[in-house]
Design a protein around this ligand. Structure first.
Ligand SMILES: [Zn+2]
Length: 468
């Protein structure tokens, strides 16, 4: 049944065999034959003896949880009366070493070797005319794997495949037809004539017909009944669960499952809650740790001292040391404060100095500019010096001349000249006065002469006007 197409079978070399010329069993009056299902007119006639049919049924029912199988032994025949071929299965050998699961059956090397040995030992006159295997509860058909086995190891034209479903109670033969495998409509069960009752009973069972009772006269148990009895006797009691017990067990398991689900859900919720609380507490712990760290820094010195010394010194020594340390701490704090204020003062001073430095820089720039002016003026200094020299020379000359004149004025000629100069001034003034008087006299004389003439003219003018 499996689809893996594995090739674990190693069958011996298969030769094409010549069918044996034999009379069909159903045409032999010494034998009894019963049709099982409905053999078709065109089907390969398959005759299955009672013994292998019974053996295969028992084998199939021995374990319905896995696939089982074996080979079919017998003869490939041709009936001389009409030349028609048929297959007669007279023995079946179980495969003892096989690899199987619930849905596959595979012959193994050992399995095939053992089958071959058994056939050689027990039935050297028989041929392998086919194989059988079970399909527990999945019906009658040939899977791809089955077809692979058949095509590769049962390729004789008359070799058949027999499939039994022991749970559904169905079975069927397959024959070669046009290169493929087809199921035949039915087959024939055969037995010696004196086994007719058993044959009929088995036929009824294989067709699920209500036949003669299993405990009939001279009859053995049916394969199915016997298999079930063996199974029931072999299985340990605890493994058999009554239907009522099964129901209770199912209810109990269902209850357990529900409880488990509820517990899982509760556990999930609780874990979520715990996780939330843990993260909150973790945060709080972090904050607390920071606060503790800050507050404990100041006391750490004292604590360390206590831890180190409290055990081996008396309280007074400890107190003295503590005070000393406290003093040292206060001193250090004071120094720190002083340092801080000094730093602040220095900072202010630095700021001031930097401002001053800025002013000095400006001054320096102005000074440099002035120096440039001075330098340019200094270049002109020699020229100025020459000019000053010249002016000094001229001044000296004027001074000398003035000194000379002053000497002249102080001498007799100088006095005389001064007197003359005075007289000259007097005469000049007198002259100017005489000239002015003369001019005044002249003007007066002219005015006296001209005035009467002017009056006459006026009288004449008046007379003329009156005459008019
Ligand atoms: Zn199969």
């Amino acid at each position: 049944m499996s689809q893996d197409g594995g090739d674990e079978m190693v069958f011996g070399e298969v030769r094409f065999r010549e069918p044996a010329k034999m009379r069909r069993p159903d045409r032999d009056p010494r034998l009894a034959c019963v049709a099982c299902q409905t053999p078709g007119p065109g089907d390969l006639p398959v005759f299955l003896d009672l013994a292998p049919a019974d053996a295969i049924e028992r084998h199939a029912l021995s374990d319905t949880t896995v696939e089982l199988g074996g080979v079919l032994l017998g003869k490939e025949c041709v009936d001389p009366t009409d030349g028609a071929p048929f297959v007669w299965i007279t023995q079946a050998l179980e495969a003892k070493h096989y690899a199987n699961t619930q849905a596959s059956f595979t012959y193994t090397h050992d399995s095939w070797e053992e089958i071959t040995r058994e056939r050689d030992r027990l039935h050297p006159d028989l041929d392998v005319v086919g194989w059988y295997h079970t399909h527990p509860n999945f019906g009658i058909f040939l899977s791809h794997h089955d077809l692979f086995i058949h095509k590769n190891f049962f390729d004789q034209p008359l070799q058949t495949a027999y499939v039994v479903d022991p749970i559904q109670g169905t079975r069927g033969f397959f024959q070669w037809s046009d290169g493929g495998m087809v199921q035949v409509g039915g087959f024939h069960l055969c037995a010696e004539r004196h086994e007719r009752a058993a044959l009929s009973r088995l036929a009824d069972q294989l067709e699920n017909l209500p036949g003669s009772p299993a405990g009939g006269i001279g009859a053995s148990l049916s394969p199915r009944l016997e298999a079930e009895l063996i199974k029931m006797l072999n299985r340990p009691a605890p493994s058999r669960v009554a239907p009522g017990d099964g129901l209770a067990l199912a209810a109990f398991l269902g209850f357990l499952g529900t409880m488990g689900l509820l517990m899982l859900a509760g556990l999930g919720l609780w874990l979520h809650y715990v996780d939330t609380r843990l993260s909150e507490q973790s945060h709080a712990l972090t904050v607390l740790a920071r606060e503790v760290e800050e507050s404990s820094a100041g006391r750490r010195a004292a604590h360390d001292l206590m831890l180190e010394k409290i055990g081996d010194a008396n309280p007074e020594t400890f107190l003295a040391r503590f005070e000393k340390l406290a003093q040292a701490r206060d001193e250090a704090r004071k120094q720190l404060a002083d340092q801080r204020s000094a730093t602040e003062v220095l900072g202010a001073r630095l700021k001031e100095l930097s401002e001053k430095a800025g002013g000095l820089e400006a001054e320096l720039a102005a000074t440099l500019k002035s120096r440039e002016v001075f330098e340019s003026e200094a270049k002109e200094a020699p020229k100025l010096r020459d000019e000053v020299e010249e002016l000094k020379q001229a001044l000296d000359d004027d001074k000398r001349e003035l000194t000379d004149q002053r000497a002249i004025l102080k001498s007799a000629e100088g006095e005389q000249a001064a007197k003359t100069y005075k007289d000259l001034k007097f005469y000049t003034l007198t002259t100017w006065i005489g000239a002015l008087t003369s001019a005044l006299l002249a003007v007066t004389a002219v005015w006296l002469y001209v005035r009467p003439q002017l009056s006459t003219s006026v009288d004449n003018a008046d007379a003329a006007r009156r005459a008019l």
